[in-house]
Design a protein around this ligand. Structure first.
Ligand code: NAD
Length: 460
């Protein structure tokens, strides 16, 4: 038997060693999920919803210990771990309130003895392969609506967030979801690959573009539903009429929250030439005000990176930007101490020849580029393979909407950034992925339609 070793990213010390799954155990779990799914789907929605309601209440009553587990394994500052758990609750409330209306059978035609109806049925057994950066959010966006709509879920948490994944499983099982209906798998990419080899009816993946394309290649020939929520290189444009203080504070938070490890982190900033100098000074002051330190400390805003390998990515982006003439204004190097630490880093004088402005950084590092006006800003915002989010800061609503309507991104922000709402669909374009979660569409996506053609007396 092999083991998954879990480390504290703040110290490098071992946290746990867990027995990992292998191809044989994954196949056995998939078979059990297949056998259990129809019974779960046959239960009335109210029964499934009652389980998820109990899960919600259990999370709400255990925020502190769950936040501590999350911080210990991913290094997320403790206040931000609490924020994630507290933020999960309204998402659960949304799904619980909306699953009925979103999946009710619709009568779309009834005339002359002919009735047409659309039914919504579960996909069956779905694979949920998840990321570590917001395990409660990105996992919950999948397994909550999937379970509510009658699917069985084979859940592969990231190897960097497995303790949290097992807490999720424990709470769901205690809340009444059968063990064979929500099934956690322990392990790294090889266990994810073993899961994809099973007969599943849908694959819902959150993670990097590199892994997403591998998964697409593996799953494509099987013709099962595939959703990929991938990375981003999200831009924000600050117009010359924006309020400097508000924009700087909002964007510093958008770039550095969760130590820059959000899929919708601000990754590129463009500032109108007339505001550039003032904005950069205000932005630097905001970032200097962030406390870097032990993620268990209440005052910490910037913690360690979760993955050690990302330190090399950030160092390479810094070296590349410096070589090509970028001005390093703050930070720029890893901290020589145990754990995965990188200084908050700000560049100005950057351009799109630099990796910093082209490749996902996923860390506390940002480039600020001066632009001559809206046309140049729009062209640069769209000069990317990704398309997750984009934002504009200006008091002028018409100007913001005019720009945002022409940006190729699934979510757009006026005077805000790094924001996700359960009521709105979350989708990426281009290399940011295919499919969506959240909103009523993000419930229906776990169902398949059945078209009913009914000749006879109108069905009441
Ligand atoms: P990752 O691609 O390294 O891993 C994601 C998951 O895939 C893990 O569970 C991993 O074990 C598994 N995996 C790895 N190789 C596999 C294989 N060959 N077959 C099957 N599964 C495999 O990503 P990560 O580091 O966990 O997450 C960070 C990335 O996720 C960033 O790029 C971020 O932008 C993205 N992300 C996107 C969203 C979104 O909503 N668009 C949300 C969160 C994170």
């Amino acid at each position: 038997m092999s083991f998954l070793r879990i480390e504290n990213p703040a110290t490098g010390e071992p946290l746990a060693e867990l027995p990992a799954d292998d191809a044989t155990s994954v196949a056995a779990k998939a078979a059990r999920a297949r056998a259990a799914q129809s019974g779960w789907a046959a239960r009335p929605l109210a029964e499934r919803a009652a389980c998820l309601q109990r899960f919600r209440d259990a999370v709400a009553s255990q925020i502190e210990p769950l936040a501590t587990v999350l911080t210990s394994e991913v290094g997320k500052p403790i206040r931000q771990s609490r924020n994630e758990l507290n933020g999960l609750l309204p998402r659960l409330d949304f799904f619980l309130a909306q699953v009925g209306p979103s999946t009710a059978t619709e009568t779309v035609f009834a005339e002359g003895g002919m009735t047409e109806r659309i039914g919504h049925e579960p996909l069956g057994v779905v694979a949920n392969i998840s990321a570590w950066n917001y395990p409660w959010f990105v996992g919950g966006n999948v397994f909550v609506p999937a379970l509510l709509t009658g699917n069985a879920v084979l859940y592969k948490p990231s190897e960097f967030a497995t303790l949290t994944g097992l807490q999720i499983a424990r709470l769901l099982h205690e809340a009444g979801v059968p063990r064979d209906v929500f099934v956690p798998l322990v392990g790294a990419g090889d266990v994810g690959a073993a899961l994809l080899a099973q007969q599943v009816d849908g694959v819902f993946f959150t993670g990097s573009h590199a892994t997403g394309t591998r998964i697409a290649a593996a799953v494509g020939p099987r013709l099962v539903k595939l959703q990929l929520e991938l990375g981003g290189k999200d831009p924000v444009y600050v117009c010359e009429d924006a309020d400097v203080g508000t924009a700087a504070a909002g964007l510093a938070d958008g770039a550095m929250y969760n130590t820059g490890q959000s899929c919708c982190s601000v990754e590129r900033i463009y500032v109108h030439a007339r505001l550039h100098g003032a904005f950069v000074e205000a932005f630097l002051a905001e970032v200097r005000g962030f406390t870097l330190g032990d993620p268990m400390d209440e005052g910490t805003y910037i913690g360690p990176l979760t993955r050690r390998a990302q330190l090399d990515v950030l160092s390479a982006q810094v070296a590349d930007a410096r070589k090509k003439g970028g001005a390093l204004r703050l930070g720029g190097k890893r901290l020589e101490r145990p754990g995965n630490w990188f200084e908050p880093t700000v560049f100005t004088g950057v351009d799109h020849s630099m990796e910093l402005m082209r490749e996902e950084s996923f860390g506390p590092i940002i480039g600020i580029q001066e632009v001559s006006g809206d046309a140049e800003a729009l062209a640069l915002m769209n000069d990317t393979r990704y398309g997750l989010t984009a934002g504009v800061f200006t008091p002028d609503e018409a100007r913001a909407k005019g720009i945002l309507a022409r940006v190729n991104a699934g979510s757009v922000y006026w005077n805000c950034c790094d924001r996700v709402s359960p009521r709105l669909p979350w989708s990426g374009r281009g290399d940011s992925g295919v499919g969506l979660t959240l909103s009523s569409y993000g419930i229906q996506t776990f169902t398949r339609p059945r078209a009913w053609h009914l000749r006879g007396a109108p069905v009441p």
